[in-house]
Design a protein around this ligand. Structure first.
Ligand code: M6R
Length: 591
């Protein structure tokens, strides 16, 4: 999704290089156009382009020196990707420039309020610059607050004013924005990743808070315009390795890091584990409701099975974008678990807000401990995956599964008064991930890259793993892919099967193995190509993806890792950049 950066520097800097350098760190978020704005010779200058940051950089032939600038990567929502629709936007009198992340839901209404305004873009954001120009107020921050109070929807907003060449105006509602105050510069950005190597302390805004940033001070305000005080937070350096090391793509690097991630989890959770969840508390829990989107939802589906299996509490997993508009009862006696790698997914956060209104206990499982999710839940669990850059989630998914598994076994131990040594299962998983080889995958990737359609089938947890494997494959290879519960094949899917189709059969549950293999034979009998992904011996006629048998529920992580690699390899064969699949963004901060 859109990314924002801003800079005020004590020394005059090559502003194009400074802004583009920072913007590059937000590239992972996904975008389709980019732009920069700065004050030069007492004028605001904007340079914008459809395409990549590198395209933008190549189009800027001159160097410009300035103390202040802002920049943006845009992921199109209102209006197609184009240089006109790219941010920054400037007011008609050329005094204000702004960049915006979020959605102005009432922009058409607001446009009607503004007479005689010529719009240069089709976006919802441009109206903000024109509204700022038209505001009558005694101070500039009052103007910003008045405009933001009119906006419906979400925003991380950064503005600059030609008359104040050393000041940035910042506002936030439901979209992330962070402010770092260094000795020689102030940097504002959508992600603290931009602060790496620049300083160690930063500030966050809560919703409907504002900041006027200059080199000598940061002043914070609430939406009534009253000054408020804020404490700085310390950057967590561990999560900030943006280097690809020897790997060609982040996706590959992140798959290869999975055993290290499990090590991090073991370190983090070896002491004082889940102390908040004691027997007394758990006995009062009626149901467990897990909520997430995409890959996080798939982890939640498996998590719900862990809870049902080990704890005997009815557990479900809900898609956040559906749950928020459903008539599901929210009960204070339920335990709500929100899973989000980024902690910034708009639909998941909307569900959190909804549940909090009804008083349910909210637990977050996230990879970003300074995220909006982490700040707003009652208890937050860190998945310790380190920064995940590739759009397709890999190591964070494995980490979510491990944390859910540990939590379910902890609940079991509490409720049954048992000491369960579940960390030994986690250690076994770590070792197996370390030993995993992927050479068997290359040939299968080559096979499926030629197929029109690939379906993953399985029963129980293997079906949930199929949903995730299918999402991963379609995300980075663009191959049409489905997941089907094995037992449902005869109820419709078999009509699709012919020699253009490949079916990947997930079979990690010995009790269900024969049934699942029968389904595989049904596909084969109709000309479909069958690949079996299993730790068990199966008929030689099927191509096999070998999975190590670790005799625990965490085997789903080994399956995921292999199938993530399959998706990766297929994207490479198809000449697709797996780190940035078309039309997708890493962090979905708008609905
Ligand atoms: O940051 P989140 O975990 O909340 O993100 C949820 C989904 O947008 C995300 O998992 C998405 O499905 C991934 N691109 C999948 O690889």
């Amino acid at each position: 999704m859109c990314g924002i950066v801003g800079i005020i520097s004590k020394e005059e800097v090559n502003i194009k290089d400074s802004l583009l350098g920072l913007l590059k760190r937000l590239e992972y978020r996904g975008y389709d156009s980019a732009g920069i704005g700065f004050i030069n010779n007492n004028k605001i200058q904007l340079i914008k382009k459809k395409g990549s940051i590198d395209d933008l950089a190549c189009s800027i032939k001159n160097n410009y020196f300035s103390h202040i600038g802002l920049a943006h990567t845009r992921w199109a929502t209102h209006g197609k990707p184009s240089s006109n629709n790219a941010h920054p936007f400037i007011s008609q009198n050329k005094k204000w420039a702004i960049v915006h992340n979020g959605i102005v839901e009432n922009y058409l209404e607001l446009k009607k309020e503004l007479k005689n305004t010529r719009y240069l873009s089709q976006t919802d954001s441009e109206v903000i610059a024109h509204l700022l120009e038209k505001q009558k107020a005694s101070s500039d921050i009052e103007k910003v607050i008045n405009v933001c109070n009119k906006l419906k929807g979400s925003f991380a907003l950064l503005g600059m004013l030609v008359d104040k060449p050393n000041t940035l105006f910042i506002a936030k509602r439901k979209s992330p924005i962070y402010i770092m105050e260094g000795n020689l510069e102030v940097i504002v950005a959508s992600d603290t990743i931009c602060f790496e190597g620049k300083g160690s302390k930063y500030y966050t805004l809560n919703d409907d808070e504002f900041c006027v940033a200059s080199l000598d001070k940061l002043t914070f305000y609430d939406k009534a315009g009253h000054q408020i005080s804020k404490h700085a937070q310390v950057l967590d350096n561990l999560s900030y390795s943006l280097s690809k090391n020897e790997y060609k793509h982040y996706m590959l690097k992140e798959i290869m890091e999975e055993s290290d991630v499990v090590s991090n989890i073991i370190k983090e959770y070896s002491k004082n584990r889940f102390t908040e969840f004691n027997k007394k508390f758990l006995e009062k829990v009626d149901n467990i409701v897990i909520i997430g989107c995409g890959t996080a939802y798939h982890a939640g589906l498996i998590g719900a099975r862990f809870f049902e299996k080990h704890v005997n509490i009815d557990s479900t997993c809900e898609i956040a974008s559906e749950f928020r508009y459903s008539d599901k009862k929210i009960k204070p006696s339920n335990l709500y678990i929100f899973i989000s790698q980024s902690g910034e997914t708009a639909d998941t956060l909307a569900c959190l807000e909804l549940v909090k209104r009804f008083g349910g206990l909210c637990v977050g499982i996230t990879n970003v401990m300074h995220s909006t999710l982490a700040k707003n839940v009652d208890i937050c669990l860190n998945v310790c995956a380190g920064i995940e850059v590739a759009v397709a989630s890999t190591k964070a998914y494995i980490a979510q599964l491990v944390v859910l598994y540990m939590l379910s076994r902890h609940f079991e131990g509490q409720l049954r008064n048992l000491q369960i040594d579940y960390m030994k299962d986690v250690e076994k998983l770590r070792l197996s991930l370390q030993k995993t080889t992927f050479t068997d995958i290359d040939e299968i990737a080559s096979l499926i890259s030629k197929k029109q359609s690939v379906t993953f089938i399985g029963r129980d947890i293997d079906y949930s793993s199929s949903l995730e494997a299918s999402l991963k494959l379609k995300e980075v290879s663009y191959i049409s892919s489905f997941a089907c519960p094995s037992g449902e094949l005869k109820h419709g899917y078999l009509a699709q099967v012919d020699s253009n189709v490949c079916v990947i059969v997930l079979a990690t549950n010995q009790k269900l193995l024969d049934k699942t293999l029968n389904n595989a034979s049904e596909v084969e009998a109709r000309g479909g190509k069958v690949v079996i992904c299993s730790p068990f011996k199966t008929q030689d006629k099927f191509i096999k993806i070998e999975i190590q048998d670790i005799d625990s529920d965490l085997i789903c992580c080994l399956v995921a890792s292999k199938l993530q690699y399959l998706a990766y390899k297929t994207s490479i064969i198809k000449n697709i950049n797996p780190d940035k699949p078309r039309n997708l963004a890493k962090s979905v901060t708008v609905e």
